[in-house]
Structures are given as C-alpha cells and as structure tokens.
Design a protein around this ligand. Structure first.
Ligand code: MG
Length: 253
C-alpha cells in the first residue's frame, strides 16, 4: 500500500514537472511573437476634439501666428468674437508656416448660417494637405452638386462613403489621417498618398489612394515634391463662402 502511494506521488510530481515544462516552452514560443519597444506616452485631450499633448496647435483662438499668405505676409482672415477664424472674400488662402508630411489632422469648420448660393458656390473652402491634396469643405446639407466635389470628397477623385454634413451654421469636424506619397530619386512615384477621413464622427473615406494633386480641370498626375509641405486652407474667393474654422491641430506621423 505504502509502495503504491509512493509510485502515485512520483507520477504526480512527474506530470506536474512535464506540464510546467510544456507551459514554459509554450510561453517562450508565445514570447517570440511579442514586440517590446518604447511607445511614447501621450496625454489625450478630455474629449476627442481636444489636442493631445504631442500635437502642433495651428489654431485654438490665440491668433493666426501659425499661418501666413502665399507671399509670406500676415494671414488676412478675421478672428470673430467667438474665437473662430472666418474667411474674408479675397483675403487669400491660409498657409501654415510649418511644413507637414504624413499626419493626423483635426479641424473644425462652420458653414455660413445664411445660405447665399448653391452647389460649389455654397460655403466652399478646402483643406489642402501638403497644399496639394484637397479634402473638400462645402455646405453639403441639402445642396446637390457633383458627388466627388461634395463635403468630404477627395476633390474630383473620391466620393465620400456617406454625407455626414450638419446644417449650415453648426460646427462640424474632420479628423484626417494622411499618408504622404513617396518618390524615387529619379522622380518616379514609389507609393501614392492615402487618406482616411472621419466627418462629424462618421467614416467617410477609408484609406483611399490619392491619384495625384487634386485639380478642378486637369486629371491628377504626381510630380515629385518635398516630403513635407505647408497645409493650406482655401479662400474660394466668392460671395457665398465666409467659411469659419476653429480648433485646428496636427500630429506628425
Ligand atoms: Mg474647395
């Protein structure tokens, strides 16, 4: 009886040892798939619209110092009493002093409460990433126009998946994730730009491939450019377009 007990104990110890061995070899196999790198810690804003700690603030109500005109002179848009910046007809595009490549951009815009025009004439502006790739800004609330030119379109290239526009006069947002194009030494395209856009919390462009700089009359065609270029906000230059912006921040990727 005592001998049987001894054998049983021995077997139990062996089984336990084998299980431990098995576990440890499984653990080490699993560990081969683990990646340990230093992931920077970023403090997010208290809501998704607030800039995280590593963002470059382009505008948060404290003046237009991050922007200039095309000729390098001070930006000509006006700052409203509520802290928004509003386009003045003919004031020229707003161009960042700093250049950006692949990025995450948050921007809020408000279409004029008073509707003055229609189609492309109604609240037309644009977020030109790298100054070349336009994400259309337009009052697309009950405002028919060509689909690849409505709000959230990659202009004349990609129709938004849905129309998530709010009413004129209400604040809206774009959250844009942009991958810059890469060029070979000889100027050939290595990989095209891509973009994902969330409009008012709704996915409207899902990692679409940009075919080249956006243009209203020419087909897109890539021409080698710098890896970082200024961001541009369009002054469409006509009557129905006193577009306003606020809370603009960008993170280099
Ligand atoms: Mg536009």
């Amino acid at each position: 009886m005592q001998k049987q007990l001894l054998v049983l104990t021995f077997l139990m110890v062996c089984t336990g040892f084998a299980t431990a061995q098995k576990m440890s070899s499984r653990d080490s196999l699993a560990a081969t798939l683990e990646v340990w790198v230093n992931v920077p810690v970023v403090t997010p804003g208290v809501n998704n619209a607030e800039a995280p700690s590593d963002a470059t603030i382009l505008y948060n109500g404290n003046g237009l110092g991050a922007f200039q005109k095309r000729d390098g002179s001070p930006a000509g848009w006006k700052i409203d009493a509520d802290g928004a910046i509003t386009d003045i007809k003919g004031a020229g595009d707003l161009i960042t002093k700093e250049a950006f490549g692949s990025c995450q951009l948050h921007i809020e815009f408000r279409e004029p409460a008073e509707v003055k025009s229609s189609g492309q004439g109604r609240g037309n502006s644009g977020v030109y990433i790298m100054g070349k790739y336009e994400i259309q800004v337009l009052d697309s609330y009950n405002n028919p126009t060509y689909s690849n030119g409505q709000a959230g379109a990659v202009y004349k290239q990609h129709v938004p998946l849905v129309n998530a526009s709010r009413k004129p006069g209400e604040w809206q947002s774009y959250d844009i994730i942009f991958t810059a194009p890469l060029f070979k030494e000889n100027g050939d395209l290595e990989s095209p730009a891509r973009v994902t856009i969330i409009h008012n919390g709704v996915l409207i462009q899902n990692n679409v491939t940009i075919l080249g700089p956006t243009d209203w009359i020419r087909k897109p065609k890539y021409v080698k450019h710098a890896s970082k270029l200024p961001l541009m906000l369009q002054d469409h230059g006509d009557d129905g377009n006193p577009i306003s912006y606020r809370n603009i921040w960008i993170r280099n990727l």
